[in-house]
Ligand binder design. Structure first.
Ligand SMILES: [Ca+2]
Ligand SMILES: [Ca+2]
Length: 194
């Protein structure tokens, strides 16, 4: 074996040895990032993701967020207030007496929110389903672009489907709160103001 051939074999061997082993389970995609901003604890979706989110709050200021089947990045500034548990879903729990805000970004997203702390959601582009049936405190839901469907909760909510095909957008609130409904829609239940 000449020197050139030996070197090429060595290079090939090093390349094989330094290749990352393929994990049994690929790391889940990151669905978005949690950070602290002027609206409270804010979730910003990563682009290109059809998010399937849950956001729950408790009386003691505990905020729990997960994006089904995905990971959530935590801004280093609030990492000391948050823990991440990895069960069937990766759940981020932050002890933070603040409002919760979600920006779902592009694609067709879904979110369910619930609890005693006010929550605000911006659906972004795509046909989104924003569900505040579990809320006790007021919800502010903005469908934004696309054809969106909103569900209010028991408090007085602000429900804005935004622009879109009014035959495909809807606002439904089966509760008694004093609800404001905005945007282009033909079908609604429980709106008190327009
Ligand atoms: Ca999204
Ligand atoms: Ca939308």
């Amino acid at each position: 074996m000449n020197l050139r051939r030996s070197l090429s074999v060595l290079v090939a061997l090093v390349a094989v040895l330094t290749m990352a082993p393929s994990p049994a389970h690929a790391a889940p995609t990151v669905g978005g990032t949690l950070k602290f901003g002027w609206r409270g604890v804010e979730f910003f979706a990563a682009s290109g993701i059809a998010n399937d989110l849950r956001g729950f709050t408790a009386e003691d200021g505990t905020l729990s967020v997960y994006d089904t089947g995905r990971d959530i990045a935590i801004d280093p500034d609030i990492a000391y207030k948050c823990t991440k548990t990895q069960g069937q879903d990766i759940i981020v729990v932050c002890k933070f007496n603040a409002y919760l805000f979600f920006q779902l970004g592009d694609r067709d997203d879904r979110i369910q929110i619930g609890g005693p702390i006010p929550v605000s959601v911006q659906g972004g582009s795509g046909n989104d389903q924003l569900d505040a049936n579990g809320q006790k405190a007021p919800a502010s839901l903005y469908g934004q672009q696309g054809d969106d469907r909103l569900w209010g909760g028991p408090a007085g909510d602000y429900l804005d489907v935004g622009a879109g095909d009014r035959t495909k957008q809807s606002i439904v609130d089966y509760w008694t709160g004093d609800d404001t409904c905005k945007g282009a829609f033909d079908y609604s239940v429980g709106c008190d103001r327009f």
